[in-house]
Design a protein around this ligand. Structure first.
Ligand code: IMP
Ligand code: MG
Length: 172
């Protein structure tokens, strides 16, 4: 099996994630700490790099939702598979997601998390495919805007594979 072609290199990603962390820290300068909500499984690598680049106290929590069953198309239905461990009221929350595609997953997540009364709620997405959007969802921090290609690596998968690639590659 040959290695998938590189869309974004490890160095490209590191540089951008560091810049995003700087933006997030500036926007939350008055906050005593940040609460990052990682959307499993795809965002785990992004979260790991982002949290280590944030120069302020952070707490973490994880949730899982269903998006793609096994292929490359979405059903449009979002299901909560794993909920958060702690309540959000009074916290400065940042949702950490791998990619916003149709926008259905993030719309659902923002709705249910906003209802839990965080002090502030922002969203950070490593990748965005705007040409695929079905719902207009606000994303405060976007790493890279990409074309409509199916991407894998750096946490993103195809059928559960490729999450461990250290760069973002394209599957055709
Ligand atoms: P949305 O609900 O259509 O915005 O889908 C978002 C979810 O679909 C992401 O969290 C990913 O898990 C998955 N996804 C969308 N595009 C890709 C891709 O190019 N590669 C891997 N996963 C993707
Ligand atoms: Mg995801």
């Amino acid at each position: 099996m040959s290695a998938p072609p590189i869309l974004l290199s490890t160095a490209d990603i590191q540089e951008r994630v560091t810049a995003l962390a700087g933006e997030i820290a500036r926007d939350h300068a008055g906050a005593e700490s940040l609460h990052l909500v990682c959307v499993l499984k795809g965002a785990f690598v992004f979260l790991a790099d982002l949290v280590r680049a944030l120069p302020m106290p952070c707490t973490l929590d994880f949730m899982a939702v269903s998006s793609y069953a096994a292929g490359t198309t979405t059903t449009g239905e979002v299901r909560l598979l794993k909920d958060l461990d702690v309540a959000l009221d009074g916290r400065h929350v940042v949702i950490v997601e791998d990619i916003v595609d149709t926008g259905l997953t993030l719309t659902y997540l923002q709705e249910i998390l906003r209802a839990r009364g965080p002090k502030t709620l922002k969203t950070a997405c490593l990748l965005s495919k705007p040409s695929r959007r079905k719902v207009d969802v606000p994303v405060d921090y976007i790493g890279f805007t990409i074309e409509d290609r199916f991407v894998i690596g750096y946490g993103l998968d195809y059928g559960g594979k490729y999450r461990n690639l250290p760069y973002i590659g394209v599957l055709d």
